[in-house]
Design a binder for this molecule. Structure first.
Ligand code: 5GP
Ligand code: MG
Ligand code: MG
Length: 187
């Protein structure tokens, strides 16, 4: 809760910094085991996954390559439009490569469903996902998460990379936005 005035817009803290980081480190150990002998391309889905990506990759001990992709499905609203656009593409050709996608949250599943399909079309040898958060109540497009941090209720959360109207990504924990804040907004 290090950001000034964050208390004005949040209802409560959902996950502390230590809880989040400890869980990411557990996942990193599992990934080290599962990818032993391989050199995966680990993709950060910008911008929401940056904090998770940093903690994960610092904790990994196997060889890996970093790449970044920016997709848009939400804009600054609260509901996924279902139409995905690539704002910034990968720098690597993933054909024949083991690819691990790192995401902040799966809500409708539209974004990841599209991305997994796209990486398979490009000829990736394997495609797996680590999402820090999952809102299972909302899944409409099927995605299989090999790795996940926490399953959370259907509430709008911010912090640890996740934004509220592009701000608060640098909050070091995850918090629930006050319902009156988004009920009052256009979505
Ligand atoms: P999906 O395509 O699965 O519906 O949504 C994917 C993206 O929507 C996420 O990567 C994230 O950027 C955004 N999103 C979904 N739920 C939340 C939420 O509770 N808080 C924030 N800040 N972003 C969310
Ligand atoms: Mg995201
Ligand atoms: Mg957003």
């Amino acid at each position: 809760m290090q950001i000034a005035d964050v208390q004005d817009i949040i209802d409560h803290e959902m996950l502390s910094h230590d809880e989040i980081v400890n869980r990411i480190h557990e996942v990193a150990k599992q990934i080290d085991k599962d990818y032993a002998g391989k050199t995966p391309i680990v993709i950060c889905v910008l911008k929401g996954a940056v904090a998770t990506y940093y903690e994960l990759t610092q904790a990994m001990t196997i060889p890996m390559k970093m790449d970044f992709m920016s997709l848009s499905s939400y804009g600054s609203g609260f509901e996924s439009t279902g139409k995905i656009t690539v704002r910034q593409d990968l720098s690597y050709d993933v054909a024949g490569e083991d690819v691990l996608i790192v995401e902040d949250i799966v809500d409708s599943g539209n974004t990841l469903h599209w991305l997994v399909g796209e990486l398979n079309r490009r000829g990736a040898k394997s495609v797996e996902i680590f999402s820090l958060l999952e809102k299972p109540a909302r899944h409409t497009a099927k995605v299989e998460l090999k790795y996940k941090g926490f399953v959370i209720p259907d509430e709008f959360v911010l912090g640890f990379g996740l934004d509220y109207d592009e701000e608060y990504r640098n909050l070091d924990s995850i918090a629930v936005l006050k319902p009156e804040v988004y009920k009052g907004a256009n979505s």
